[in-house]
Design a protein around this ligand. Structure first.
Ligand code: GRF
Length: 216
């Protein structure tokens, strides 16, 4: 069985999308894969409830309990490795990870970011997009590298920016695409269709348009 471990910090809607897709598509049978555990760096993360409701083991490792980033990441890695992960998914995990952590999971650590990278790394991406006046915005799933929000891109979904969009209205349209894109990328990884090779994403057996989605 391929174990998927999801890291969250809050609401957990991306986690919920993965859990839902895993159930609907019966990943346990079809892919020999399952979400084996969910770890949050915040005890009050609502996403922990989604995990429990789905019968998935949860753990809280509060970053505030650690004096240094390295110590937090070491504890986090220990908890993840206890789950024998094939894939670690940053599903709304709002901590910058140390190089040691990132290197340990090279090629099996992916992140969802709410912008069309390399535009708008970091926080407040929808605000940044509106301020920049871009006409197309979206989300990106990428392998994690030591450059924050800078790793090799697996897939992107784009949405149009509408006249009169607010940060909230734009965020909602992007989020709907995140919920489609992230489970799809997790599935591809488990199917062995995408992998990281020498710093580049190699895709196999995906039709040409699969990795780019254009929404309304
Ligand atoms: C998402 O927009 C994700 O892309 C970003 O943080 C948000 C988390 O939302 N990294 P949720 O916790 O998955 O609902």
């Amino acid at each position: 069985m391929r174990n998927i471990v999801c890291l969250i910090s809050g609401r957990g809607s991306n986690l919920d999308a993965i859990l839902r897709r895993a159930r609907e598509e019966n990943w346990a049978q079809a892919l020999d894969a399952r979400v084996a555990g969910v770890i949050s760096n915040r005890a009050d993360a609502a996403g922990l409830q989604c995990a429990r409701a789905a019968g998935v083991a949860t753990r809280v490792i509060a970053h505030g309990d650690f004096a240094a980033r390295e110590a937090f990441d070491a504890a986090l890695a220990e908890a993840i490795d206890a789950l024998d992960p094939a894939l670690v998914v940053l599903a709304g995990f709002m901590r910058v990870l140390t190089p040691r952590f990132v290197d340990h999971y090279a090629g099996r650590l992916i992140n969802i970011h709410p912008s069309l990278l390399p535009a708008f790394p970091g926080l407040h991406t929808h605000r940044q997009a509106l301020a920049a006046g871009v006409k197309v915005h979206g989300c990106t799933v990428h392998f994690v590298s030591n450059e924050v929000d800078g790793g090799p891109i697996i897939a992107q979904a784009a949405v149009k920016v509408h006249a009169g969009d607010t940060e909230d209205s734009l965020a909602a349209r992007v989020l709907a695409q995140e919920h489609r894109l992230l489970p799809r990328c997790v599935r591809w990884f488990c199917e062995g269709r995408i992998r990281l090779e020498a710093g580049h994403v190699v895709a196999r057996g995906l039709d040409a348009d699969a990795q780019s989605v254009l929404a309304a």
